[in-house]
Every structure is written in structure tokens, then in C-alpha cells.
Design a protein around this ligand. Sequence first.
Ligand code: ADP
Length: 596
Amino acid sequence: MFRSLHMKLMLILLLLITSLMAVVGAFLTISVSSFYINSFYEQMNTVFGENGRDFVSDLRAAAAEENGADRIVEILDAKTGPLGIDHRTRNYFLLDGATGAYLSGSAEESEFPREQSVNLLAARNAVARQDSTAVGDESDITADFMDVAIPIFSGDHAYIIYILDNKATVTGLNGQLFLIIMQALVIGLLISVLLSFLLSKTMVGPIEKLTAGAERVAAGDFDSELPVESTDEIGILTGTFNEMSGVLQATLAAVENERNKLDTLFFHMTDGVVAFDHKGRLIHCNPAADTMLQRPVDSRCTYEELFGEVYPFRELMSLQRPNFAESELTVGDRNLELYLAPFSDKASGGVLIVLHDITEQHRNENRRKEFVANVSHELRTPLTNVRSYAETLLDAGDDIPRETASSFLDIIITETDRMTHIVQDLLTLSRLDAGDAELVLSRFPFGDAIESVVRANALNAKQRGHVLAYTPPESLPLIVGDRSRLEQVMMNIIGNAVKYTPDGGVITVTAGAEQDAVWMEVSDNGIGIPDKDKERIFDRFYRVDKARSRESGGTGLGLSIAREIVQRHQGAIGLVAHDGPGTTIRLTLPVGGPEI
Ligand code: ADP
């Protein structure tokens, strides 16, 4: 309740008014009492002091008489005015100097106090000492009376004039004062309550508005600017607050923009990114990392679970930036390269892991190694043959029969041809790979090209006892392409059918057109291709049966060259699934040629 500024303000004002009134009241009461006491003793001094020497002499003279007491009373009665005797609050008493007993007075004996005051005792002592100058006029502001005792003696007669004021006047006055102060206090309190309301309206109101504005800004609402209603400190504060919230909004917008950029980058980058906090709990994981790790990665995943075996978390956290660790991880059939680094030295930091898929890189590297091994192997075999036959011929000299020598030379020539063939094929492939082998495009009849290739194979097929049949369709369109390279492809497909079909086989060539494409299919009833090899026959140097292929002069490069050429024409080449033995290969080409 007292935490609000309004209540605090009111409390301060109430305390201020109350304490002010208390001080003023106390001051006034004391002042009034002191004034009253002072004026009492001044009055007494005027009557009995230096100035009232004649009066005191009269009293002493009266005291010397036989009926001294009556005389003194007479004199005192005549002096009631200057003495302020009013018989109510102030009275005089004539006492016996020796005993202090009541003799007479302006009031009855019953009014005389039983207990004798300090002043009275002092006067009695003075009487005892025969000291007429000592007067009991000690005053005490706290006492509820004030008095003065004057010893009067002449010869054996001694009296004490005792004047007693019961302070009824001053008490009444103080009571009145107290009442006035109380009334003033109540009015003062009411005014302070009103003032506190007024102050809170002028001071607390703007502060409350500022607080509400700050709360809105804290909740992210920067749109409403606070009105500056005054030029005082609160006005300046409101202005500064508006400026501050403007700067904050601009900064937040910039941060948000940066974050959006990073989010987009993070979301679309092909490398995987995973972040963990300092306790190894997952904070972020982008879709690429999800795919690479081949499992759904959510907030329950921990570093230990995902990468604990790759690199110890503690060691990683203790790395000093910009140091980082590298490692590799195999997930299923994928090879991942990992870069692990702590992203902050503080306790609130964590680690960031970038995953890079190097499966393709590995595969290419393996393919390259395999290719080099294949080339070396393919060339070494004919070279070894050539060398051994040449050495034999050399060693034998003239001893070798002529027929044997010429059969040896035949083998050497065949092996040399083989090597030339391999080197030519490799050259063609490397040109196709490098993009050097420009296609020489022309428009030509697709059917004519097939017919010429079938014709070129006819003799070979006939020698093997095959039936090579081609029934051209009614019409085949003209197509755009590199005729000689496409004929090389057809040659390879039909040649393979002739090669890999045992003697006396049936080879059927069909062709057709559909929408914007033409196709050619070559089916044979030969040895076929086992399922496990179907995927790979278009790979370089891949041969199902190496010995058979070598026998028939194959290099294992024909179909890979064919695929490269067809792909450059944006066509397709592949095996067609069919029932029964043999192989069917289909070639499809776009009528309009490759789109550049
Ligand atoms: P090659 O020069 O050895 O014929 P290709 O690249 O032309 O090389 O063919 C690759 C392999 O595919 C061949 O070695 C062969 O094993 C297989 N092949 C291709 N065509 C046929 C077919 N019609 N019948 C059976 N096997 C075939």
C-alpha cells in the first residue's frame, strides 16, 4: 500500500504537518508558561523587591506591632491589585515565620497546600537564620503551581508572606492553545491530503504514463510515442525515453534483419549446421543436418548421443577460439566431414558443428583410382603380350617356322590394334568429359541412320549365323543431331547384340516416333545381363564377362561413350526390362536435337 508514490507523498506531508504542529504547539506552550511565570516573578519583584522597599518597610513596621498579623493582612489587602490576587487562581497566605502555620490570607486555610514548597522552606530557613533578604522565589516550569515566600520579621515577630498561584490561567490558556493547534492540525492534515492528490496528479501522473509507456516498449510495442507535456525534468525524461525507444526499435530491427538473413542462410545452406549449448543440449539444427544425420533431430537430442563418439564434448569446450576440430563420421552410406568449434568462451556458450557431405567426393576419388587402375591394367595386358611374342621371335631368330612367326606377328598386330582402340576410346571419352568434342549438328532422317548401321553389321551377323531383322516403320521424322556420333552409338548397341549373342541368334531392331522424340530398340536372344550388373554396364571399363569381352575385342568403354554422346543430345539410353533371355536396349532422342 505504501509502495505507491502517491501514498509515500501523502505520508510525508502528514508527518511534516504533524511534526510541525507538534513543534509549534510545544514551543507555544512553553513560551506561554515561561511568559506567565516570568511576569509573575516580575510582578512580585516590583512589589517586594528594590522598587517596593517602602512597602516592605511598612510590612515590617506592621509586623512589629502587637496585632502584627492583622496589620499585615490589612496592608496586603490594600495591595491585591498590584499583587494580582484574584482569590481564585492567586492567593496570599500569612504564615507564622517560625512554624509556617497558617495565620490568615486571602483564602481559607483549606486552600493552603499541605506540603510545603521549596520556596516556603527556603523562607522558613531564612527566618531561622534571621536573614530578611533571602526570598523563596525558585521557579519550575514543570510544576503545576508557582509561588513566592517572603520572610517579614521585626524584633521577635516573624511572619512569612506566601503568595501562591495555581497556574489555572496558564493551564487554561495552554488548553485553548492545544485546542487551536489540534484544529490547525486537522485542517493541515486535510490540506496535506488534498495537496498530495494535487502533487500526485502533476508529478505521479506523468511518471505513471512513462511507466505504462516503458511497459509497452518492454512488451515490444514501439509504435506509440509518449506525449511530452511539460518542460520540467519529467518532460525531459519523457523526451529521452522516446529517443531511447526509437534507437532501441532501430537496433532491434537491425538485429532482426541480421537474424532473418542468418536464418535463411542457415535454412537453405547445403552444409549441415548443428549447435549445442554449454551443457550439450541441442539448440539448432538445420534441415541439411537433419538429412545428413538420417534421423529426426529434435530438442531432446544431446551432443553425446549424436557426436559423443566423434569428439569428447569437454575437450571441444576447452578449445580456445578460433581453434576448431575436424573429424569424419559415417552415417549409413554417407561420409560426413565435421568441423567442430566452440562459439563463445563464456559459460553461456556452446559448440557449433558444420557437417559437409563428402560421399560424392569419396565416390569420385574411388572412381578415379579405379579408372586409373583399369587403364593401366587394360594397357598392360596387350603390352605384355606384344613384348613376350616379340622376345620369342627375337630369341628364336631364323629357327622359327615361317607360319609360326607370322601367327606371332598377327597377334602382335591384333594387340597393337587393341591398344590403339583403347587409347582412341579413352581420347573420345576425355574429349566428351572436357566438353571439347563439339557436336556437329545436322538435320537427317533417323530411319536412314538406323538402316546404314544395320547394313554395316549385316555381314558380321551373317558370319555368326544371326538373323538381323529391321522392319522400318511407315515414317520416321528427320531429327537434329551429330549423325556420325549417333551412328557410333547405334553401332555399339547393335554390335554388342551381335557380339554377345551365341551363333545363330535373332537380333531385332525396331524404331518409332512419339511426340517430340524418336526411339530405337535392339533386342537379342543372347546371353543377357545378370541383374546385379544391369546398373553398371554403362560404367567405364565395366564388363560382365571380362574374358568373353576381350575375346570379342571389347574394351568396356563402348556403352560409357554411348551414354556420354546420348546425354549430350539430351536423350536417354538404358536397358528395357523384358521376359525371357537376351537383352533389350532402348535409345531415345529428341527430334529437335539438344537445347542449348
Ligand atoms: P565392350 O566393349 O566390352 O562390349 P561395352 O561398354 O559396349 O563394352 O559393354 C559393356 C558390357 O556390357 C559388355 O562387356 C557386356 O558384358 C555387356 N553387354 C553389352 N551389350 C550386351 C548384350 N547385348 N548382351 C549381353 N551383354 C551385353
